[in-house]
Design a binder for this molecule. Structure first.
Ligand code: DQA
Length: 138
């Protein structure tokens, strides 16, 4: 089972960024926890602040990997291009968010990812990623 976690803009700042919303842990530390927990899964991680790089990575892995766990961050609410990339590939995508975006500002209630995702997990803090990985394990 080969999965990749793809994180969008500003998620490289986890641990420092608005800790009251996103917590105190860096994603690198959390990713090590996930690798330890899911030893049988080939787990990769990619982060970019650039929309085109996220689209490029989805295209690159999207015909061979078993799953993509995608937190497109702010691009969730704006990116037709990321939505189209997900539609174009065959690898299923689970959309995740750390915060419950529906409890937040109205612009965060819109997602260009949800209509083309296999499923959506949000609001469980970093555990949202763990739950998304579990969703790929039968
Ligand atoms: C986020 C929610 C988005 O609205 C926001 O722009 C993010 C993070 C989350 O994981 O809660 O950067 O995707």
């Amino acid at each position: 089972m080969k999965l990749i976690i793809i994180n969008g803009p500003n998620l490289n700042l986890l641990g420092k960024r608005e800790p009251e919303v996103y917590g105190n842990k860096t994603f690198e530390d959390y990713f090590a926890d996930l690798q330890f927990k899911f030893k049988d899964v080939q787990l990769e991680y990619f982060q970019s602040n650039i929309e085109g790089e996220l689209i490029g990575k989805i295209q690159e892995v999207g015909f061979s990997y078993d799953g993509i766990v995608l937190n497109a961050a702010a691009y969730t609410h704006t990116s037709v291009g990321i939505g189209d990339a997900i539609k174009a590939v065959t690898t299923p995508v689970v959309e995740v968010h750390i915060s419950n975006t529906h409890k937040r500002e109205e612009f965060r209630h819109v997602s260009y990812i949800s209509p083309v995702a296999k499923g959506v997990i949000l609001g469980f803090g970093l555990q949202s990623y763990d739950l998304a990985i579990q969703s790929f394990l039968k």
